[in-house]
Design a protein around this ligand. Structure first.
Ligand code: DUC
Ligand code: ZN
Ligand code: ZN
Length: 462
């Protein structure tokens, strides 16, 4: 099967130029002036931008909070219409089992035959047992070269102590496995939460009050110190605050291999959203908490300067009417997380590229190329180089749209970015050469997504 995308402006992480792109049997085959080439499908892309399919390295399709479970891979067509062709999902280790068997089983039951975009996995440590430690050197062979540990969430089954982080780093570095942390100080949050509740401060806004920037800064610094002690690389997920970015910058200046990402909602939403009336604020309860303007501005600067390496969605699809309402009397019971995989590219385009904060190449690097490298899937994903998977997005920069839950495929009853303007839109998407989005609408089918085998020694080791 040959697809010829003609006359578009091809955007790579380095440059942009007008050219044709030929996709053959699911791979990028040629880039250039291809007027003589015959194809089964010709797509006219004049005036449009041709981007690599996005890699969203931080989505939750199985996260559970107080018994509430997020929407799963059956909603992954929302990623596709948002220009993401690969998602990387976090899978909690089953207690008493190793990570590899847990993820293998999860993959068969929850992703195969259901996913509508390609997918890979990060393991999440819940049980720092011998089984886990024996698995770490074998993770790359299984295709799962990244592992996350939660420093936050005291008392919850997925919380990890510092000794587990150190042990995982020690073992991981030999095998090229990247350790990732959710960096927030669990003890301090627990103390601040109790204080709020004792004072009758039970509303969603106090979620943010009990998780101030300093709890993230402290944990980020601690994680960096553990990485220093063990001489291992570190990847910090969802960085939201200046103090944490500065800790990462200092470590990088020392020559340490410390990397980080931020997420669309931390760039664009505000702590004041949590104060919305009639429990609307619960829609914005995610962790770390939303910040204020000074931190947001610093995050934009951080992605411009390369202090942070990627922008993810941290998509976490709880609904508001039932699940978020579990915390109507106590913000601690509101499931943490916000949906967003559908809007990542449109938002970065509108509020990054269109405002002059990002070049189109910087956007491509942050939303596709770097995430592929970080997770060891850049041998096939994240760029439009010849030989790579033909995952291609056609972005039409014309027109303005209003983001709304009404048109959303995320399967939740709200959209975190409701009412915000989006400039341009994802017009078409090809997944390994097959068109899965036409005229902005999903046209693929369940099970079309395939597992992507992650390789060891990702960006943090290069
Ligand atoms: N934070 C969230 O907001 N959701 C999922 C997990 C997390 O750490
Ligand atoms: Zn997290
Ligand atoms: Zn997350």
């Amino acid at each position: 099967m040959k697809v010829l995308i003609k006359n578009g402006t091809i955007v790579t992480a380095e440059s942009e130029f007008i050219a044709d792109l030929l996709l053959v049997d699911g791979k990028i085959d040629q880039v250039g002036n291809l007027t003589e080439v015959e194809a089964d499908q010709v797509y006219e892309a004049k005036g449009k931008f041709v981007l690599p399919g996005g890699v969203d390295q931080h989505v939750h399709f199985s996260f559970e909070f107080n018994g509430a479970k997020v929407r799963g891979f059956e909603t992954s067509n929302a990623a596709a219409v948002g220009g993401t062709t690969t998602v990387i999902e976090f899978v909690n280790q089953d207690k008493g089992r190793g990570l590899i068997e847990t993820i293998d089983d999860y993959r068969k039951e929850n992703a195969e035959g259901i996913a509508m975009v390609d997918y890979a996995f990060h393991g999440v440590v819940t049980d720092p047992s011998e089984q886990l430690f024996e698995d770490i050197p074998k993770l790359a062979e299984a295709g799962y070269p990244t592992v996350k540990l939660f420093m936050a969430y005291k008392g919850m089954f997925f919380h990890s102590d510092d000794d587990a982080i150190a042990k995982c780093m020690e073992l991981g570095k030999e095998a090229g496995i990247t350790m990732m942390v959710h960096a927030e100080n669990a003890d301090l949050i627990d103390m601040l939460q109790k204080k709020c509740i004792e004072n009758g401060q039970v509303e969603p806004f106090y979620h943010a009050v009990s998780r101030p920037p300093i709890v993230e800064t402290e944990a980020t610094e601690r994680a960096i110190n553990i990485a220093r002690l063990t001489d291992a690389p570190l990847y910090v997920v969802h960085v939201t605050t200046k103090g944490a970015v500065d800790a990462i910058k200092r470590a990088q200046a020392e020559g340490m291999r410390v990397f980080g990402e931020t997420c669309t909602h931390y760039l664009l939403l505000d702590k004041s959203d949590l104060a919305k009336e009639n429990f609307e604020g619960a829609k914005y309860v995610c962790s770390p908490a939303l910040r204020e303007e000074d931190d947001r501005n610093y995050l934009w600067q951080s992605i411009q300067k390369g202090w942070l390496n990627a922008v993810s969605s941290d998509h976490c699809g709880f609904d508001w009417a039932k699940q978020k309402h579990m915390g109507i009397d106590d913000f601690r019971n509101i499931p943490n997380g916000a949906p967003g995989m559908e809007n990542r590219l449109g938002l970065l385009w509108t509020y990054g590229v269109e405002t002059g904060k990002l070049t189109r190449s910087e956007l491509v690097n942050l939303y596709a190329t770097n995430p592929a490298k970080i997770n060891g899937i850049d041998y096939c994903k994240g760029s439009l180089e010849i030989g790579k998977d033909a995952d291609v997005v056609i972005y039409d920069p014309s027109g303005e749209y209003s983001i709304s839950v009404e048109s959303s495929l995320q399967g939740t009853d709200y959209n975190s970015f409701e009412g915000m303007t989006q400039k341009g839109r994802v017009e078409a998407v090809f997944l390994r050469g097959k068109q899965i989005v036409k005229d902005g609408k999903y046209t693929g089918h369940q099970g079309q997504g395939e597992f992507v085998h992650g390789k060891a020694f990702g960006l943090a080791y290069r």
